[in-house]
Ligand binder design. Structure first.
Ligand SMILES: Nc1ncnc2c1ncn2[C@@H]1O[C@H](COP(=O)(O)OP(=O)(O)OP(=O)(O)O)[C@@H](O)[C@H]1O
Length: 297
């Protein structure tokens, strides 16, 4: 199997405007970020940082939704903005997104089956109606959904967990080399979250899809395993095997993120405020730890 590679080379994203007046008119959301995602061996790489640290901006840049102010993203060594039409079509098929709440990208007027038929036609998978339906059903079963429960429904008739799994079924159907999953479980409850994460790790192991898993929550990064990249204020501060980094964090920011995770203790009352300083004025989301192991082992 030929190896494919997405590389971020000194990617920087500067936002300018009146709203950044207090910061000298510009704000560096992503600052000189470089890392690689390789298809071989397939792996999960978690990109972790607080709210506002630049994670989603990096996802958008990789997906070609936003051109960085400087630096480049290359696919197999070629700048994604210099790919031919045909090469770009391959990139779009090879690199599939899963967003936090897919509701915003579902067309509310179309039933769920249309998502799959549209994907097949867009990426020129043109099976017969019968073969196509068999593939769709296989993909739904792969994410633990029953076709009869979802295919004829409208997006608003599904739960958040079902909608997220429909997006995973779409990924299963397309069999990309890479998944860019931006906070895919942050809106799910603990039980559905674990189900989703298990399917995602299965995709990497069974079908060889390398996943960039974006999360603010160290516990979920620890749960999915693989590698981790820790980002603060747009800069990578630490990276490596998730086990190594979370058990022996070397950077103060990683240590601080770890120490801010509340340890479930039925006898303890939560009286103190988190020691975590925020990236922005926004409030950091609380990690939902109910069903996930604590990274301190
Ligand atoms: N189009 C834009 N114009 C101006 N500032 C922006 C724009 N997009 C993002 N930002 C700012 O860049 C910073 C990084 O945003 P980004 O969404 O990448 O962070 P994040 O780590 O994904 O946060 P979250 O987990 O809350 O989604 C934030 O301060 C955000 O307000």
């Amino acid at each position: 199997m030929s190896e494919k590679n997405i590389a971020l080379n000194n990617v920087t994203q500067v936002f300018r405007g009146a709203a950044m007046r207090s910061m000298g008119g510009e704000f560096r959301a992503v600052d000189d970020v470089s890392f690689d995602l390789a298809s071989e061996p397939p792996q999960i790489v978690s990109l972790v940082g607080q709210s506002g640290s630049g994670k989603s901006t990096i996802a958008r840049i990789i997906l070609g939704l936003q051109k960085p102010s400087s630096g480049s993203v290359t696919y197999n060594g070629k700048d994604i903005y210099k790919l031919s039409r045909q090469e770009y079509d391959i990139y779009r098929k090879d690199v599939q997104p899963v967003f936090q709440d897919p509701y915003s990208i579902f067309n509310p007027f179309y039933r769920v089956d249309r998502i799959f038929w549209t994907a097949m036609s867009k990426f020129k998978l043109t099976p017969s109606k019968r073969e196509g339906l068999a593939k769709i059903e296989e993909s739904l079963h792969a994410v633990d959904l029953r076709p009869e429960d979802v295919l004829n429904r409208y997006p608003h008739q599904l739960s958040g967990g079902q909608r997220q799994r429909v997006m995973l079924a779409r990924v299963h159907l397309l069999r990309p080399k890479f998944i860019i999953a931006d906070e895919p479980v942050s809106m799910l409850d603990a039980a559905v979250r674990v189900l989703f994460l298990n399917i995602l790790t299965d995709f990497t192991e069974k079908y060889g899809m390398t996943t960039l898993f974006i999360t603010h929550d160290l516990s979920t990064a620890y749960y999915v395993g693989g590698k981790i990249i820790v980002i603060s204020r747009g800069k990578i501060v630490e990276s490596g095997d998730v086990e190594q980094v979370l058990v022996h964090p070397s950077h103060p920011y990683t240590q601080m993120l770890l120490s801010s995770i509340p340890v479930p203790d039925p006898d303890a009352r939560w009286t103190e405020k988190s020691a975590l300083p925020l990236e922005e004025e926004e409030t950091a989301e609380q990690a939902d730890l109910e069903a996930l192991p604590h990274p301190h082992i």
